[in-house]
Ligand binder design. Structure first.
Ligand code: GRF
Length: 195
């Protein structure tokens, strides 16, 4: 089986990244993690990836002042060097420009902690509770120019309990994210071809 070369973009803890890396150890997983890339050189997830023997790089966005495209051009060099076929955003906290998104159209996937199209953006857990929703969850979706607007690939949901807080809900949803992302990413991968 020809495996697609995967880059995972992170900014922090990297627990979703770790879940993908663990799934990718299976012989029949359709993706081969070729690079973990962070915009924060001290992201904890970089150490986790290194410990699992995955190549890591960081492109520190603070060195590019406010020039998002210059930051993304530097990421693009790293992605090309690693011959990446598909990118998974996993807690990557930079908004991507249309320039970058269009370069990776149909090859760029994100996980978002809400039942999209509800609650794109930040503070998703609190917004679901404040709205009185019965359920919350997470979505894996294709990335398009609008933030968290691309087509949903798969979702997982959980009931919001009485007295739920944003923290307790986030704690409940995170394991769902870890279960969902590797499976949804494999599903996405079946829709694309190697470059
Ligand atoms: C996850 O909840 C993800 O959905 C959100 O940020 C969090 C990242 O966690 N976008 P981790 O870095 O994968 O542990």
């Amino acid at each position: 089986m020809t495996k697609l070369r995967l880059a995972i973009l992170i900014s922090g803890r990297g627990s979703n990244m770790e879940s993908i890396l663990q799934s990718a150890e299976a012989d029949d997983y359709p993706l081969e993690p070729a690079l973990v890339l962070s915009n924060r050189p001290n992201a904890a997830g970089l150490k986790t990836a290194e410990g699992l023997g995955i190549q890591t790089k960081s492109v520190d966005h603070t060195l590019f002042d406010k020039d998002r495209e210059a930051f993304e051009a530097a990421m693009q060099v790293a992605l090309k060097e690693s011959k990446i076929d598909i990118i998974a955003l996993a807690g990557f906290m930079r908004i991507l420009t249309p320039w970058f998104v269009n370069k990776w159209a149909g090859r760029l996937v994100n996980i978002h902690p809400s039942l999209l199209p509800k609650y794109p953006g930040l503070n998703t857990h609190l917004r679901a509770i404040d709205a009185g929703d019965a359920h919350a969850g997470c979505s894996v979706h294709w990335v398009t120019e609008g933030v968290d607007e691309g087509q949903v690939i798969d979702q997982a949901k959980v009931a919001i309990a009485a007295g739920e807080t944003a923290a307790s809900l986030a704690e409940k949803i995170l394991p769902l994210e870890h279960a969902l992302y590797p499976v949804a990413l494999a599903k996405a991968a079946r829709q694309i071809t190697p470059r």
